[in-house]
Design a protein around this ligand. Structure first.
Ligand code: NDP
Length: 334
């Protein structure tokens, strides 16, 4: 474990390592690095895009030879930054390793210990939950009674979008890839209806069955044939919030979209967005969604894999639909 720090620590002369029960690390003078023990790691679809260097990406690729970077919840072991003390729990970008030396502490968020499980800070109250919040309220421009369709609906983002839409008095239908997920949507997550898109022969007629009067809001998570079918079912002045296109992350699976003319015919607003454009809303999001959770108005489904060694398979599972709910990896519970 320590070899990683030694390789990356900036100035050997200022470095002090103590082994034993307690790991201690001092890095160069003037540095504000912190040493953290990683507790929970988040598996997110965008990480797949960081595994290749391609033009259209909005995030730089991973650096070969360095640990995979991703969101996590971690415990501070040692700190040269006066804002953090040993024992603090933080959430933010960390490495897929047991311990990480974090040099840029500005984007870390201290987590208050309360009755919300720590791992929820990379899901419900972290980046995916915030994506749902910003996407639904800011991009979808919802109105009471709107007919809302969510794809990948049982996943990290989708399950929150659907529940926020229900709290807004919308009619909400979700699609997912197994019967287990469909049942989850209709029972625990409170969607009005749900269907298994893998069992439908013709998605256009499926959507007509669930939305005989058309769709006002489509929260797009998957792209491909689902988007094409949705375009044929949008109501006039409908909104499509393009959050992600998980079916397009691999090299080969790129289905063309044929029905874009519907955007003109039905004056549909189709808008891509990145949650990072709305970070000014993060504090209100944490407060509002945290309260919803504490009041039992929102539930949250998490899929927890045990052990750092399970992380690669957990990440790959996002692209075959293996995860049921938000995929996280537990590296250590304390
Ligand atoms: P999920 O927890 O929903 O996991 C991904 C799910 O996608 C899988 O469980 C699977 O569910 C579904 N899926 C996988 N491959 C396909 C495919 N080929 N066709 C259709 N569905 C597929 O992931 P997240 O909730 O974390 O992310 C959802 C989307 O949101 C992603 O596209 C992601 O990139 C995007 N995103 C965008 C952000 C932004 O700022 N714009 C920020 C965060 C996420 P099933 O069994 O239902 O098929």
């Amino acid at each position: 474990i320590l070899k990683g720090y030694i390789d990356r620590a900036p100035l050997e002369s200022d470095m002090e390592l103590k082994l034993g029960n307690k790991i201690k690390l001092k890095v160069s003078k003037g540095s504000s690095s912190i040493l953290v023990k990683n507790l929970y790691l988040s598996c997110d679809p965008y990480m797949r895009a960081r595994m290749r260097d391609f033009h259209g990406s909005y995030i730089p690729p991973f650096v070969p030879g360095k640990p995979i970077e991703g969101f996590g919840v971690s415990k501070v072991i040692d700190s040269d930054d006066p804002d953090f003390e040993p024992g603090d729990i933080v959430s933010g970008l960390t490495g897929w390793e047991e311990y990480s030396l974090i040099e840029d502490t500005k984007k870390l968020r201290k987590i208050q210990h309360d009755d919300i499980p720590l791992s929820y800070h990379i899901g419900l109250l972290g980046m995916p939950g915030f994506t749902a919040y910003a996407g639904f309220y800011e991009v979808c421009a919802p109105k009471e009674g709107d007919r809302v369709f969510v794809s990948a609906a049982s996943g990290a983002v989708g399950q929150i979008v659907g529940q926020l839409a229900k709290l807004y008095d919308c009619y909400v239908v979700g699609s997912a890839g197994t019967q287990e997920k469909v049942d989850l949507l209709k029972t625990k997550l409170g969607f009005d209806d749900a269907f298994n898109y893998k069992e439908e022969q013709d998605l256009d007629s499926t959507l007509k069955r669930y939305f005989p009067e058309g769709i006002d809001i489509y929260f797009e998570n998957v792209g491909g044939p689902m988007l094409d079918a949705v375009l044929l079912n949008m109501r006039t002045h409908g909104r499509i919030a393009v959050c992600g296109m998980v079916s397009q992350h691999s090299y080969h699976d790129k289905d063309g979209i044929h029905n874009l003319f519907a955007l003109i015919r039905n004056r549909i607003r189709m808008q891509g967005f990145l949650q990072s454009d709305y970070l000014h809303l993060f504090p209100e999001f944490v407060e509002k969604v945290g309260d919803y959770y504490k009041q039992g108005k929102i539930v949250y489904v998490e899929d927890m894999n045990e052990g750092l060694e399970s992380a690669p398979a957990a990440l790959a599972g996002l692209f075959t639909g293996k995860n049921v709910g938000k995929q996280v990896v537990c590296v250590s519970r304390d």
